[in-house]
Design a protein around this ligand. Structure first.
Ligand SMILES: [Zn+2]
Length: 494
């Protein structure tokens, strides 16, 4: 509940006369007043502040030269913005989608009130654009956290696209993520719902951040779901490779652009001359047909790419993907591929960096020997899961989870629900505990088979791996009759 308190915090912003206005409190269209809290972010289009309610934030839309739009002083502009917010409020957003969209309009300024979560940071904070950003990956969750945030972002995009909507201006500054890298729940929220639209309702809708924009937008074509997924792919590649997907040799030596910029460009189309290298007219840094823009810059691709994610990047950034937006992979395919990457990610306890596991014995980052790794393989012998096993001196060690999509068909609403908690234990010898997350397992049965002899998991099963024994995890879906058998292996030195 909102409780009115005395706040000393104000936000200062220039009005259209060039006068600085200090705002301490705002009234919304329902007559509720909100005390202004700390500023979260400010860009060309708007200024977002916390309020005293930790779940509510206020956005002021800004006019020309980033000035406040006042109901009385700027009548026409205010009405235009206000009408747009009304139309966003009535859009058919899917339930529980993580997009901060308007709940109420501001009464005296162009802007609105929206629900948002506390303790979030922009994704741009964890896009490693220099050496220090890469070093921070050891502390900020590395690839494992990035895969999780990216598959969740792709899932939100997929839900939005499934409802027939387009986000428009996807960039690392418009994505907010849980600030604490160790937080048990990593949330992803999209801000800036102003530009969300339904194709057809506004045939000229065109808003973008040049660095992340699909090539057709730069030629004046309107935003589309296909341009959204292109932006997603740039954002994903850049944050995993520490390199923009087109910042290769050809771009560097072309002398036409400045790739050293550390801030993503955040510019409207009117006042920005687009760099030719963002145009989609040069090959990407991993192009399979034209190597002219290949580069050794950025992080080694094998640390984070799987065959599946490489295929999606290539379908998006190849000449065909750049020129024919319809051939680009959908957000759902991205969610699935990155969820697979997450499930195959191993972290090195020595340097704390993570990577996609490919049967390495040594950490590719620091060259230290890796600990044992738990692996699950599907019926065709393909690795679907890998996680390091870190044992504590006594009792339980690290815990991690098997997600639904490992044993079931991929569903965008539930694929990352946690079905089984796995943890190492050191008690009368080393063991691996498989514990059902009961509330998510009501429709499924699980069993562990040792040399073919099955034992149903009622609540937990402790596996103490021995040589010459074969193990598997069986999952049976009571509703669909779908079942899976995954071979369990523990590899590496004990
Ligand atoms: Zn290492």
């Amino acid at each position: 509940m909102y409780t009115k308190g005395k706040s000393d915090i104000t936000v200062s912003v220039c009005d259209s006369d060039g006068v600085t206005v200090e705002i301490r409190e705002v009234l919304d269209s329902f007559g509720v007043s909100h005390s202004i809290g700390k500023e979260i972010g400010r860009g060309g289009q708007g200024l977002v502040c916390h309020t005293q309610n930790p779940e509510i934030v206020v956005k002021f839309a800004l006019g020309a030269n980033a000035t406040l739009i006042d109901r009385v002083k700027n009548k026409a502009e205010f009405k235009k913005a206000n009408d747009e917010f009304k139309s966003i409020i009535y859009k058919p957003f899917p339930e529980r989608i993580h997009i901060a969209y308007p709940m109420a309009r501001l009464a005296d300024y162009a802007g609105y009130v929206m629900r948002f979560m506390d303790d979030m940071i922009p994704y741009s904070d964890i896009v490693p654009l220099d050496e220090s950003g890469i070093k921070r990956m050891a502390e900020d969750g590395g690839y494992r956290r990035r895969f999780e945030l990216l598959f969740k972002l792709a899932a939100e995009m997929s839900k939005l696209h499934g409802a027939g909507m387009v986000y428009c201006d996807l960039s690392p500054r418009n994505v907010y993520v849980t600030a604490d890298p160790k937080g048990l729940t990593q949330n992803v929220w999209l801000i800036d719902a102003d530009n969300i639209f339904i194709p057809g309702e506004d045939p000229d809708k065109l808003v973008y951040t040049a660095r992340y924009a699909a090539p057709e937008l730069l030629n004046g074509s309107p935003c589309s779901q296909a341009s959204d997924v292109y932006s997603f792919a740039v954002l994903a590649f850049e944050s995993l490779a520490a390199l923009h997907p087109f910042a290769g040799e050809k771009a560097m030596n072309g002398g036409e652009c400045n790739w050293d910029e550390t801030e993503p460009a955040d510019v409207a189309k009117d006042n920005f001359e687009v760099d030719p290298q963002y145009s989609g007219k040069i090959p990407w840094v991993e192009d399979v047909e034209d190597i002219s823009n290949h580069t050794k810059d950025g992080l080694p691709r094998q640390f984070f790419l799987t065959d599946e994610t490489f295929d999606l990047f290539n379908k998006t950034f190849s000449e065909c993907g750049r020129e024919s937006s319809k051939t680009r992979p959908t957000a759902m395919l991205w969610a699935r591929a990155l969820a697979h990457s997450y499930m195959q990610c191993v972290r090195c306890p020595d340097c704390n960096m993570s990577f996609v596991y490919d049967s390495q014995e040594k950490c590719p980052w620091c060259d230290e020997n890796l600990p044992q790794v738990l692996i699950l393989k599907d019926e065709a012998g393909r690795k679907v899961f890998a996680h390091e096993l870190v044992f504590s001196d006594q009792g339980y060690g690290e815990e991690f989870f098997l997600h639904e999509h490992i044993v079931a068909l991929f569903k965008i609403d539930s694929f990352f629900s946690k079905l089984i908690k796995i943890r190492t234990m050191n008690e009368n010898g080393l063991g691996i505990e498989f514990r059902l997350v009961q509330e998510n397992c009501t429709a499924r049965e699980f069993a562990i088979a040792v040399n073919g002899a099955e034992e149903k998991i009622l609540s937990a099963y402790i596996l103490q791996p021995k040589k010459d024994e074969a193990y598997s995890l069986k999952c049976y879906d009571k509703e669909t009759g779908f079942s899976r058998v995954l071979a369990i292996e523990v590899v590496g030195r004990a």
